[in-house]
Design a protein around this ligand. Structure first.
Ligand code: ROI
Length: 163
C-alpha cells in the first residue's frame, strides 16, 4: 500500500463541481481510500492569461494500484468528466496529476513522478501543505516547508465555503 498525492485543477464548466466530482470518483477507485483533502484554492492561470482562473486542490490517498494503473484510472476520470483541452497550457475542464507516489521516482515519457512542476507551483505546494504531516519531504525535491519559502503565492488564495 502506497500513500499518493493527487493534484486537481479545473477552470471550465463549473470548476468547483468538477473538483468535487473528481474527488468522489477517485475515492471510489478499487483498492484506494481517501486520506485527506485540502481546501479549495483559486489561482490565476499559469500559461496564457486570456483564460479563467483555476480552482486547485490536493487529495491524499492510499492505494494498492501501481503508479501506472493510477495514471490510467485518473485519465479515465478526466475523460468521463468530458475533458476539454484545446491548447497547450490552456483551459481545461479537469486535470488530475500524480504529484507524489510514496517515495518512488519515475522518469518515463508519459509519467514523471514527483510531478515535474511540483516544486515551483504555488497552486500545488500550498494545498499539499493542508494534507501532509509536519516534516513532509517531496522525494528528490526536499522539505515542503523549504520549498514553500521560495514559492510566492502568485495570487493564490483559499476559497471559503461560500465563495
Ligand atoms: N494554472 C493554474 N493556476 N492552475 C492549474 O491547475 C494549471 N494547470 C495547468 C496550466 C495550464 C499549466 N496552468 C495552470 O495545466
Amino acid at each position: 500500500m502506497v500513500t499518493a498525492m493527487i493534484g486537481l485543477g479545473s477552470n471550465l464548466a463549473d470548476p468547483k463541481l468538477q473538483i468535487q466530482n473528481a474527488r468522489e470518483a477517485i475515492a471510489r477507485l478499487p483498492v484506494t481510500e481517501e486520506r485527506g483533502f485540502s481546501s479549495l484554492y483559486a489561482s490565476p492561470p499559469m500559461g496564457p492569461q486570456d483564460q479563467p482562473d483555476y480552482v486547485n486542490a490536493v487529495m491524499a490517498i492510499t492505494t494498492e494500484l501501481s503508479a501506472r494503473q493510477l495514471l490510467q484510472a485518473l485519465q479515465g476520470i478526466e475523460n468521463q468528466q468530458g475533458r476539454l483541452r484545446e491548447r497547450r497550457w490552456g483551459e481545461r475542464t479537469l486535470d488530475l496529476d500524480i504529484l507524489v507516489y510514496g517515495d518512488v521516482l519515475i522518469d518515463e515519457p508519459d509519467l514523471v513522478v514527483p510531478h515535474y512542476g511540483i516544486a515551483d507551483r504555488s497552486f500545488v505546494l500550498y494545498p499539499l501543505q493542508d494534507v501532509v504531516e509536519q516534516g513532509f519531504e517531496i522525494p528528490g525535491k526536499g522539505a515542503l516547508t523549504e520549498l514553500l519559502k521560495d514559492c510566492p503565492k502568485n495570487g493564490l488564495y483559499e476559497l471559503t465555503a461560500n465563495g
